[in-house]
Design a protein. Structure first.
Length: 460
């Protein structure tokens, strides 16, 4: 039996065992303090403790300090954590908004300037209209709500940015230019990621012909951007206005419409991708934040995104074992933006004891991006916790695409931490940190696997 199968069997057993733990139970009636959210610092003693919390449906945040994890809930959550052997300490409280699931936010912005879905899509159209020689918008699918013919459903939008030549931005994998792909807000509440993606589009188009590095990049590379990969969820976030709703998942409520104080409807799109699905870092509880869905690739947002990837990139990784590499001459790169753990992550995310056959090159790129941003770099389980069914694992596994997750966070304690930092943090802090990292990554899309730790002089 292959090592890969053994790992998946073990992971599946852990998740199923977790289903028997006390659930973060749905509640049909409100409890005291139901309008308050609390962030708890939760010390862990064993590696499996993170998986225990996730499998039990707790909202384990993508953040870690030493051996401490962070869990989001209400004031009653502390008792639930103590019941299963943990010692939580409340470190932050904030109001809990109620999502308006019937309609999205009105207007182009909310919460000080963050773009709504309408505002983001209008911006894509404006960029393409103002720069027809540099950008074109592509509709690549429909959200879960739109598939259900529900009010408020959305098309799924991408933009291709490059100095247009005949054949550029065509939906064919044998492109003449290498392709760099950036995506944001697959977890809807991580609102900084959508803003970073939009600023990337703007700097590419506004600085072409003015900045030498950007001009060269635009002449030689296609940049593809999906600023909001989960627009139904993003609508729910923006419906809170100046008190954004912390909706992580999509809007699929077919597995339960009532999740109570500490749960949430929907499927975690970054646990639903069809590679190593069902392993560590997932929950089988429909109201759990890491709920993986009823089957791999069950969600239309994911199948559409994977369809777009297949149209843009050839499947060059022919091996099926975890340690099979991508070809050394493979082109292209993908970065999925998340928040807010101050990390640059590389495959494999599903199991940090498994390493891809392209580990050296991927680790060298991640290390350099970490150096630029001031973030730690490594596999998810090396720095945070293992997480199965993610986008970057899928793109490397199925296509051989050099793939990364950047957890965009406040590594300098500037008051820009959390899922909903003040809008002023975008220009004053996050963008100056992310712009050089994205430029470095895009410049390596032509030959990512020819970057090595030794060549860069970087210690692992």
């Amino acid at each position: 039996m292959s090592r890969r199968r053994l790992v998946l069997m073990a992971a599946g057993g852990l998740v199923l065992a977790g289903a028997a733990l006390p659930q973060v139970a749905p509640a049909d009636t409100p409890a005291p303090h139901a309008d308050t959210l609390v962030t708890y610092r939760v010390p862990i003693r064993h590696t499996q403790d993170a998986q225990t919390l996730i499998a039990a449906g707790f909202d384990v945040l993508e953040r870690r300090e030493g051996n401490d994890l962070f869990v989001l809930g209400d004031p009653t959550m502390a008792a639930s954590l103590r019941d299963i052997g943990f010692g939580p300490t409340a470190v932050k409280t904030q109001p809990r908004p109620t999502p308006d699931t019937a309609r999205p936010a009105v207007g182009a912005t909310y919460y000080g300037g963050y773009r709504t879905v309408d505002g983001s899509y209008a911006h894509l159209d404006q960029v393409a209209a103002q720069h027809p020689d540099l950008a074109t918008v592509v509709t690549y699918g429909q959200s879960w709500r739109k598939k259900q013919d529900s009010a408020g459903g959305r098309d799924l939008k991408a933009i291709c940015v490059t100095k247009m030549q005949p054949g550029d931005c065509a939906l064919v994998p044998n492109s003449s230019k290498p392709r760099f792909f950036l995506m944001g807000q697959i977890h809807a509440r991580e609102i900084t990621t959508g803003e970073v993606a939009l600023r990337w589009i703007d700097v590419l188009t506004s600085q072409y012909g003015k900045d030498a590095d950007i001009t060269k990049l635009m002449d030689t590379t296609e940049m593809w951007v999906v600023p909001i990969a989960n627009p139904d969820g993003a609508d729910m976030v923006a419906s809170g206005g100046d008190n954004p709703v912390l909706q992580r998942k999509n809007a699929n409520d077919s597995h339960g419409t009532v999740c109570g104080r500490n749960g949430q409807i929907g499927i975690d799109l970054n646990r639903n991708a069809g590679t190593h699905w069902g392993g560590l870092g997932t929950s089988r509880q429909p109201c759990g934040q890491e709920y993986l869905g009823p089957a791999a690739d069950s969600e239309p947002e994911n199948t559409a995104l994977e369809g777009l990837f297949r149209q843009l990139y050839p499947a060059v990784r022919t091996g099926t074992e975890d340690d099979d590499p991508a070809p050394a001459d493979a082109r292209g790169m993908m970065i999925s933006l998340h928040g807010d753990a101050n990390m640059v992550l590389l495959p494999w995310g599903f199991d940090h004891t498994a390493h891809t056959g392209s580990d050296s090159a991927l680790r060298a790129l991640a290390t350099e991006m970490g150096s630029i941003t001031g973030y730690k770099s490594g596999q998810a389980g090396e720095l945070l916790y293992d997480a199965s069914g993610g986008t970057d694992d899928w793109t490397f596994d199925k296509l051989g695409l050099a793939s990364f997750t950047i957890e965009v966070g406040d590594s300098d304690r500037r008051g820009c931490d959390g899922f909903t930092p003040p809008y002023s943090c975008q220009d004053s802090y996050f963008w100056p940190k992310m712009k050089p990292a994205l430029l470095y990554a895009a410049q390596h899309a032509a030959a990512p696997y020819q970057t090595t730790v030794a060549a860069k002089g970087i210690a692992q």
